[in-house]
Design a protein around this ligand. Sequence first.
Ligand code: PLP
Length: 392
Amino acid sequence: MKSKSPGVNTICTHVGELKDEQYKGAISPLYMSSSYAYENVDVKRYPRYFNTPNQEGLAKKVAALEHCEAGLIFGSGMAAISHTMLAFLRQGDHVVVQKTIYGGAYNFMVEELPKYGISYDFTDGFTETDFRNKIKPNTKVIYVETPSNPLMLITDLEMISGLAKEYGLVSMIDNTFATPINQTPADFGIDIMIHSATKYMGGHSDICAGAVAASEEHIKKIWNVGKNLGGSLSDYTVWLLERSMKTMGIRVKAHNRNARKIARWLNDHELVQKVYYPGLKEHPDHELAKKQMKGYTGMLSFELVSGVDPNKFMGSLSMIKQSMSLAGVESTILSPAKTSHALLSVEERERQGISDGLLRFSIGIENKNDLIADLEHAFREVSSNRLQKSLV
Ligand code: PLP
């Protein structure tokens, strides 16, 4: 019997795959051609038109996962964000942006939008009033990221889509941290889902890509800008990304499981001041996360108690790598103040609650006990160091 709507792992594996009619191979063939026939064809194909066979195939998978009609694949997450923003904003328009967002997206708003005569306001917080207070007569877009990088704060998706409908705005979410495995914002009325596919979609720390999913109408608007700005992805990387996404469902569930256990373990540790993980009951947005997420991701942040040197702690880890980026199968850790949010001013970092002692932990799919052993070793190293200091 044919199932009507395929399950998520079936979507990951099969939706959008290309048939190898010539040799009957099991996987999508890779079409590297940058030149296609133009006479007597339905579609004039060209890589920068986002419509090579591999691009179109993968866009279908992203759209199906996000419960949307259509999608587009980009050269990076920032290309996806910038093209999408510029598709819906023009001179004189205004955008309301959630208080805490990825540092690169923040920089795009602050450094690029004013050049186009587009104004923006960041909210003071995450409540309906915080968003409502910033909406102006010329506001066209409302932009959120949930869970947010790096504090894992949760924004109420129904509240955002409600405001967007009330004021006639286009709602956009950076759904990178959640992935469509854990969160499908279209089900809560959000218009446009954006991804840094460099993260969980790629999942192996070897791809830089972006993706967007939305209605046909919205995607057409983004495409119109995209063909002029030119942020498409090479077909070879599109093909690799398709391969990665086949295992996204099972990978993300393994990340979720590990993170949930390690969040609890860290939460009970005497050298940890605070853990930011929406799967913990202690997280201020836990109930909201439960309502709109199916899993809580492999991402968390934590603060060490004062007196513990975060650099010494990270330097004492052996399996968990100090590394930029996130969401690979291998566990990585970093200081947001020195990396993802380094380009923000000290005042802006403080405003966003990003202290120098905050560590962002991307929990991989290794065995949980091995990760805990690595953390335990690093804690022992910093606590002996702390003891020696207090004896001096
Ligand atoms: N959105 C989030 C939440 C991110 O963490 C990042 C990158 O770290 C981006 C967007 C930008 O993606 P990319 O680096 O693929 O351009």
